[in-house]
Design a binder for this molecule. Structure first.
Ligand code: SF4
Ligand code: SF4
Length: 430
């Protein structure tokens, strides 16, 4: 369908894209690592429960940890091999996680039976059984989003990829267009909707052109702004519907799914393939060869960096995820998760490593917040250890952790850190 222009929402920032570093790198498959360490924490919910023991042989795609609760997700072996260790280690998030270590020494694959014309219920069951979670970063189980309690009329496919450096969704959109469309149609069928729209930033004209030939897909061109890929921001840009704080898009008739999630749903239904690998971007000027890579969940960051030629310069900061929403990691002894979008090796210049100075009360952080929050209040009270006041006066529960406030802050205040710390303190209390 001929592309149309989307609406412009309040707030947001305009960081340098830096996408040219990896945008022209076609997706490559990272060779099978000798060892993977698959975390049982692969969703927004509780960690999955370990279902294998040390010494056990597993097939690629076999269940190794079972979801624990409605918003948890099943976890699968990403290589065929032998479970060599089950260990506790601090994950990229800074929390302790359980990792199932598998030494690759086999070829066997597990697949569910392929489904040729599944019903809505069969699609939902398959999405759950394949452990699919929102791959835009949130890690919310997709099967739960496919069973909204309200009436939904529109599926929005998120092809914004507005975060700097990341190009994995862009490559997927131009290399796997048809699979994404087929996955989106399956999701639409599961939801019982016929309206499908895809939102793509205007700086990706070839991705826009790739989807235009599909008559059942409305292509909406989004202005270049961060965070356009936030669910609320995207829902407004694409449909004009405003979703207030405390409400979810489904209450306003909209479900949002990322392009990588649509691709995973296509593979789960058509090939019976559980979610155990994902395309990520490796970028930053401190890595020799920026790439877009299909990597298995649980791959060591070291293996990924080595495959990309190693360091071009000493990185000031290594980030797992995007530069705005990702987390800085202290060593290469970290492992990818289902939701990992990138590994960035940032030089001194790119890392904007200026030391924080006192807040200037300039209000810029509030001006750019797409959720109309007051992040300076959160930072102020969180630093004083008063997390209840931090939550109340900064309204952290509505925060989507986009990082726009921290990006714009002239005093380099660690606002995201304060927000996450406050959220974690509140979770511990509840
Ligand atoms: S307070 Fe939260 S939602 Fe607002 S700009 Fe900062 S990170 Fe984004
Ligand atoms: S942008 Fe930074 S300096 Fe300005 S009010 Fe917010 S926290 Fe303070």
């Amino acid at each position: 369908m001929k592309a149309v222009k989307g609406k412009y929402y309040f707030g947001g920032v305009h960081p340098k894209g830096k996408k040219e570093l990896s945008a022209n790198a076609p997706i490559e498959v990272l060779p099978t690592p000798e060892v993977v360490a698959v975390s049982t924490s692969q969703s927004i919910g509780k960690p999955a429960v370990v279902a294998v023991s040390v010494g056990q042989k597993v097939k690629e795609g076999e269940l190794i940890a079972k979801a624990d609760g409605a918003v948890s997700s099943d976890v699968f072996a990403s290589v065929a091999g032998t479970v060599s260790e089950i260990k506790e280690q601090t994950g990229a998030s800074g929390a302790k996680e359980t990792f199932i270590v598998i030494k690759a020494d086999g070829e066997d694959k597990f697949r569910f039976p392929a489904l040729s014309s599944p019903t809505a219920e069969e699609i939902k069951a398959r999405v759950r059984d394949c452990g699919i979670v929102g791959l835009g970063g949130a890690g919310f189980p997709t099967a739960v989003k496919l069973a909204p309690k309200t009436t939904v009329d529109t599926l929005i496919v998120n092809g914004a990829e507005c975060e700097p450096y990341l190009t994995c969704d862009y490559r997927l959109m131009i290399e796997k267009t048809d699979e994404i469309v087929r996955g989106a149609r399956l999701i639409a069928k599961a939801l019982g909707v016929t309206n499908i729209a895809i939102g793509i930033e205007k700086n990706k004209p070839d991705a826009i052109a790739a989807f235009e030939p599909y008559e059942d897909i409305k292509v909406v061109v989004l202005g270049k702004k961060y965070p356009l890929g936030g669910e609320r921001q995207l829902a407004y840009s694409v449909t004009g519907r405003k979703i207030p704080q405390g409400k979810i898009p489904a209450e306003y008739g909209v479900v949002v799914q990322n392009v990588a999630t649509c691709f995973a749903v296509c593979e789960a239904v058509e090939l019976g393939k559980p979610l155990y690998e994902k395309v990520i971007t490796v970028s930053g000027t401190a890595v020799k060869e920026p790439k877009n890579l299909l990597v298995r969940v649980g791959t060591a960051v070291k293996d990924i960096v080595d495959y990309c030629g190693g360091e071009a310069a000493n990185p000031k900061k290594v980030v797992q995820g995007g530069p705005m929403t990702g987390v800085a990691i202290a060593s290469y002894d970290n492992y990818t998760h289902k939701t990992t979008s990138g590994i960035l090796l940032l030089s001194e210049k790119e890392a904007a490593a200026d030391e924080p100075t006192p807040c200037l009360n300039c209000g810029k952080c509030a001006d750019v917040c797409p959720m109309h929050l007051m992040p300076m209040n959160t930072a102020f009270y969180s630093a004083a250890g008063d997390f209840e006041a931090a939550a109340k006066y900064g309204n952290v529960n509505a925060c989507i952790e986009c990082g726009a406030c921290e990006y714009i802050c002239p005093a380099k205040r660690p606002l995201i850190q304060a927000i996450r710390k406050t959220k974690a303190a509140l979770r511990q209390k509840s």
